[in-house]
Design a binder for this molecule. Sequence first.
Ligand code: SF4
Length: 439
Amino acid sequence: MSEPKVGFISLGCPKALVDSERILTQLRTEGYQITPTYEDADLVVVNTCGFIDAAKAESLEAIGEALRENGRVIVTGCMGGQEAQIRAIHPQVLDVSGPHQYEAVVNAVHTYAPPPKKEANPFVDLVPPQGIKLTPKHYAYLKISEGCNHRCRFCIIPSLRGDLVSRPIGEVMDEAQRLVDAGVQELLVISQDTSAYGVDTKYRTGFWQGQPIKTRMLELAQALGDLGAWVRLHYVYPYPHVDQVIPLMAEGKILPYLDIPFQHAHPDVLQAMKRPAASEKTLERIHTWRQMCPDLTLRSTFIVGYPGETEAQFEYLLDFLQEAQLDRVGCFAYSPVEGAAANALPDQIPEEIKQERLERFMQTQAQISAEKLAAKIGRELEVLIDDVGDDGAVGRTAADAPEIDGLIYLLDDTQVQPGQRVKVKVTEADEYDLWGQRV
Ligand code: SF4
């Protein structure tokens, strides 16, 4: 009997990708074949994203395409929380489950494409213990918690995913160790609020390899730092206790990189957004961090044109950018998300003003980024190679997270391997990327 084949479409953010990996790992372990084509598949699983309206539309379109091309479709992920909306447009989907309901998805697959009998499946033990990765083999996302205790007015994550639930630290460390054992060179720690890790468990003491270890960001960063891979922290908020991880960065235990979604700088806008750590003295904090770790890369995202944002508040944000000298910055013009509290706020900003602010913001930051990258010319940096082609190799420095930050190009260098870490001297820079040569 041939193995049942499952097609898999993964949409959305890195967090959804981790969900996809878990589901795929499970299915593969049970003997399913994962197929890249609709025609081959006995059914198709679509892992959806429901974060913003554009993502929802993309999800509905992907479901529609899978239905047209294959006909047997199971829906899961963020948008699965809105089953009625999905069924109103695509009544023929076989099953709908919400985010991280791995068991429900896998059960639905069992129902509509029964798993092969054990004895007909001699390949079970060939599944690598770290699971099937959808990302390049040498970096992996490590999801440390689900949900969020904050209630930012523009966000519907808490209503989609509920309050913060931290994974036990022993389980997270086991997963990290398996990934590193399987050759992963870079662990990207993700969650909705990494600085809040363990709050829900009152920082319970767990165990890993027979040793007590607290469920807390500092202890997690220390333990991950001992594994030997690059460790990158995403979605951290500027709380005072974040200061404690900076020495680990200065010592080189974890990457000197913090991804902090500030979203704005003006205290009144932050308060209107109901942002966590809104009252922290961010500039002072950044200054202290840089004193402790001069090589620290700060990445952030911002929203311009939030309801009620005045021209003066926006200019305050531009001044903040000049002062903070952040390394990597993303910016979005505010757009309402169905179900978000911010939709009901007065003083929505006209579209043309939002766009105009977005442009001014990006121009300001482009200049800062270009200067920051130019300052790297002549330095020797460690680079993790992502890809090698006929024209050379491309990789990233500690300052660059995959998919969202910049790259470093090693022209004509074809003698390196993806996943290899090499020393590179930077020879050129523009506002996003670097060029260099191996030393
Ligand atoms: S911190 Fe705010 S924006 Fe981030 S997930 Fe929680 S509620 Fe949403």
